[in-house]
Design a protein around this ligand. Structure first.
Ligand code: TYD
Ligand code: MG
Length: 481
């Protein structure tokens, strides 16, 4: 019986080699050879083993028919009847529910809660569809114990398969024909015909492609768990992300209870949507009103605190930022941001020093978002700038005021997208005033809008009783310029 042949291919010049060598003798690149299964050698033979049997069956028999091009209206509509996962937060990130036959990759650091999320989802799904949970990392007993802890109602449609051999998994998928299957995790699954270790790029790629071929043919929806490497990419990174329909990342600080599910690629919906969960004693709970999670105690406001509205996809989230500036005891002062990118923080501090006249070069500066939420968009700039200035003067920003705007290097306040969405969320949470960039705003949702064009104007508006020596001096200095 012919065995599938393994070969090594240079990822730079695509030269093929029968065995691994450190340097490609064609293009001279180092360490570019990856292992691959030579499918040509197997499809020529009679009955090749498992994986290739699946692959061959997926192909139509006989010579390939040339396909004629179609106009757009001629193309048959794709039936996109989605079904709910049982968790609104997951459905939102998927673009409004699960698309039957789709392949979803869920990445995240070990221990963040991927298995918990998918086991809970499997339990929900099993009430209306046959669901297979392949636990390649844990025994069936361990999973059962966890399932009991989650206190989810049992369903006899939920099947567990503690298996790591890809061919056994494919066989079970064909026999059981579940509507949904979960592979936890792809790094633990291996294809025995490859010599490389489970979790290597070639193993992860071959296993994912084989699972995908079967799932697409049988219309099985697949959720695949992938651990991320230290660098933050799913092992076998780009290869996997190209193969699948949707890539979700499950993130969060292990010392905080909230977890974010982010979509970074979605063939069936918008990206940058987020779903928010909270890790509790009995598993993950959905957070339906996230803004409350990222707001501090507004009845006892503290100096150096300002509130902003971030937009994650189509979802506005109100987040509180706290800043602290204090005399440094180091030769170069410390700049420690949590919740915004380091370079953005340095830029905001430079603008405060140069354009507003706040001397920060001998002061340590810290800023942190409540709940540790990372805000990647520039709409948080103005809030962070005001928080730092307020901490410098030990002032309290009115807790009913929200700040929205990007800060330019010249000290100007720039407009941001989705303004109405942000204002609506702030109004819903009881904010009364909004310091916003100058420009047209269609609706104010009952908020008193204070349009500003410079950071300095925002500081004067945000810090009540602004007869502040530094600000006045800075204002005078600016006028004279
Ligand atoms: P897990 O889902 O195993 O993470 P992953 O699959 O991403 O590696 O989650 C593990 C963590 O979650 C573990 O540290 C314990 C915690 N946890 C809870 O706090 N409550 C729970 O009900 C469960 C099941 C787990
Ligand atoms: Mg796990």
């Amino acid at each position: 019986m012919p065995k599938s042949r393994v070969q090594f291919v240079c990822s730079q010049c695509a030269a093929e080699f029968p065995q691994w060598i450190g340097r490609c003798s064609d293009c001279g690149a180092w360490n570019t050879l990856t292992e691959q299964v030579n499918s040509a050698s197997t499809s020529a033979g009679g009955s090749a083993p498992g994986l290739h049997q699946q692959a061959r069956r997926a192909r139509p028999k006989g010579p390939a028919q040339p396909r004629a091009a179609l106009t757009l209206p001629q193309v048959a509509d794709h039936d996109q009847t989605r079904f709910p996962s049982g968790y609104g937060e997951l459905d939102r990130v998927l673009g409004g529910g699960i698309v039957p036959g789709s392949l979803v990759l869920i990445g995240g650091e070990p221990g963040i809660g991927k298995s918990t999320l998918l086991l809970q989802t499997a339990q929900q799904l099993s009430h209306h569809s046959r669901t297979l949970y392949v636990c390649a990392e844990e025994s069936a007993q361990q999973v059962k114990l966890r399932a009991q802890r989650l206190e989810a109602p049992p369903s006899d449609q939920l099947y567990l398969l503690p298996e790591t051999d890809l061919e056994a998994i494919l066989q079970e998928l064909e026999q059981l024909r579940p509507q949904v299957a979960i592979i936890d995790s792809i790094q633990a699954v291996f294809f025995p015909n490859l010599t490389s270790a489970p979790g290597s790029v070639s193993q992860v790629r071959e296993c994912t492609s084989a699972l995908m071929r079967l799932a697409k043919r049988e219309g099985i929806t697949l959720f695949i768990v992938g651990h991320v490497t230290k660098e933050g990419a799913i092992a076998g990174p780009k290869v996997l992300e190209h193969l699948v329909d949707t890539v979700l990342y499950f993130e969060g600080d292990r010392f905080q209870t909230h977890r974010l599910l982010r979509s970074v690629k979605n063939r069936f919906g918008a990206t940058h949507e987020i779903g928010i969960f909270e890790m509790a004693d009995r598993g993950l709970l959905e957070v339906l009103n996230p803004s409350e999670l990222f707001l501090g105690n507004r009845d006892e406001p503290s100096p150096g605190t300002a509130t902003i509205v971030a937009c994650e996809g189509t979802r506005p989230i109100v987040v509180e930022f706290q800043a602290l500036v204090s005399p440094t005891s180091y030769s170069s002062p410390r700049r420690t941001p949590t919740g915004i990118e380091n370079n953005r923080f340095l830029q905001i501090l430079a603008v405060l020093e140069k354009r507003v006249g706040i001397p920060l070069s001998k002061l340590d500066a810290y800023v942190a978002s409540a709940g540790g939420l990372v805000v990647n968009e520039p709409a948080a700039d103005l809030g962070v700038a005001v928080a730092v200035a307020a901490s410098f003067r030990d002032r309290i920003v009115d807790p009913r005021t929200i700040l929205i705007g990007e800060v330019g290097l010249g000290g100007q306040v720039r407009s941001v997208s989705q303004m109405e969405l942000r204002l609506k969320e702030a109004a819903k949470l009881g904010f009364k005033r909004a310091i916003v960039p100058k420009g047209p705003v269609l609706q104010d949702f009952g908020l008193k809008l204070i349009p500003v064009s410079k950071v300095l104007d925002a500081l004067i508006a945000a810090l009540p009783g602004a007869a502040d020596a530094v600000l006045e001096e800075a204002a005078l200095a600016q006028d004279e310029m």
